[in-house]
Ligand binder design. Structure first.
Ligand code: DWN
Length: 393
């Protein structure tokens, strides 16, 4: 049974960055989060058409973070050593941050956003600029035959029809093949109050509990999981056909399942408590920002993430509290954060030179950013974060 537990108000599309404020009168959608007591899935209640969200204007570029690139390089090495794939397919290849670790002869990309698909095509990778479904899987099978590894990071949670997603993968995967999926971890999200993982693109936030039950019902089996640090705490799932006897369930798998149950991811009360914490987090963040502004200090934001859009719109934060954001993404510069009047300036050290307070929009890259901004920290500049609770660091 579906149970509402969190109301994040009305939200614009998290990646709909606009050049002028007039077009900020864009559509807003109610954002409510649901827990299903039967299948343990946590999902948002309203689905927006994929064509509206993922099109040729999609700005997010996965190669812009060093941390992410390093993680993907490390995983690629592991895949080559352990699984020795002859053919690998990536669903949601973005700008090729992962696939670039594989030869163009072995790798196939699927990326519906044409602006991104163009990047991997230009690098010589066969890239299908289509939405992932059974029809596309059939086409790829005809063109290339079956594959040994299907990899997908931060994509499957964005697709509404999970049954179709996995039926499509099953069509294309060799009987001894492996599916590797990584997405934000529900356990980390609930533990660390990262309510900003919920936005229109993130239809689901997976747990091992929910995905396990679902995949089991369609003859697939998760045999291993890894807790990884990307995107504020993600889970990497290793999945095989049930009939494939090559892999057995690991200690990590059982530990994760135990931890999720121990934390209460299978209980509605856990989500209701989380929702209460989020209401407190909202009040506290506003009061911190207001008190700094009242002292006549300026606050700027760092990293115009999709997550920030949820926070800023949920907390009604505008440019009177955070003057502007800096961001390295080319397609976000000189635009406004969706739903707000906060402008995004292209990142430069100069912009940070004279401010004393920075709101960490990209809190998931805290380590990388702290490393980059050693001078700011040295001169006693302070960061503001809302994760795991609002505070000045
Ligand atoms: O699932 C999704 C994830 C993977 O990416 C998508 N639906 C949308 C997007 O979410 P996000 O925008 O919250 O992702 P990030 O990776 O947390 O975004 C980081 C942002 O911060 C980028 O706009 C780049 C920016 N940044 C920066 O300006 N300087 C990041 C770093 C590390 C920096 O040093």
């Amino acid at each position: 049974m579906d149970k509402f537990f969190l109301d994040l108000g009305t939200q614009p599309l998290a990646n709909n960055f606009q050049k002028n404020l007039k077009s900020q009168s864009q559509r807003f959608y109610k954002l409510k989060v649901i827990y299903n007591t039967h299948n343990f899935f946590v999902k948002i209640h309203k689905r927006i058409s994929k064509k509206i969200m993922f099109n040729s204007k999609y700005p997010y570029r996965s190669s812009l973070s060093k941390t992410f690139l390093q993680n993907q390089k490390k995983l690629s090495k592991k895949i080559k050593i352990f699984f020795k794939p002859k053919k690998i397919l990536e669903i949601g290849s973005n700008d090729g941050s992962f696939i670039k670790n594989f030869s163009t002869k072995k790798a196939i990309c699927v990326e519906p956003c044409k602006n991104l698909a163009k990047i991997t095509t230009n690098k010589g990778y066969k890239t299908y600029s289509n939405y992932w479904d059974t029809k596309l899987a059939e086409k790829i099978k005809t063109d290339f035959g079956k594959v040994d590894i299907v990899y997908s990071a931060n994509t499957i949670t964005h697709i509404s029809n999970l049954k179709n997603v996995f039926e499509a993968i099953k069509k294309l995967l060799n009987p001894n093949g492996v599916i590797i999926i990584e997405d934000p971890s529900l356990l980390e999200c609930i533990k660390y109050n990262s309510y900003d993982q919920f936005y229109n693109e993130h239809i689901y936030i997976f747990s091992l509990l929910s995905l396990n039950k679902f995949l089991d019902s369609i003859d697939l089996c998760i045999f291993d999981v890894e807790n990884i640090k990307t995107h504020g705490g993600s889970l990497r799932y290793y999945v095989k056909f049930k009939k494939n006897a090559n892999f057995i369930r690991t200690k990590n798998y059982f530990n994760q399942l135990k931890n999720e149950k121990k934390f209460g991811l299978n209980k509605l009360s856990t989500y209701l408590k989380f929702s209460n914490r989020i209401l407190k987090s909202k009040k506290k963040l506003i009061s911190i920002l207001e008190s700094i502004n009242n002292k006549g200090e300026t606050i700027i934001g760092y990293g115009a993430t999709a997550k920030s859009v949820t926070v800023l719109n949920f907390c009604n934060i505008n440019s009177s509290l955070i003057k502007f954001f800096v961001d390295t993404t080319p397609a976000k510069k000189f635009k406004y954060i969706p739903g707000t009047n906060i402008f995004i300036k292209p990142y430069s050290k100069k912009l940070i030179k004279d401010v004393n307070y920075i709101f960490l929009g990209a809190w998931n890259f805290k380590k990388e950013i702290f490393n980059k901004e050693k001078n700011f920290i040295k001169r006693k500049g302070r960061f503001i974060t809302h994760i795991p609770f609002p505070r000045i660091i």
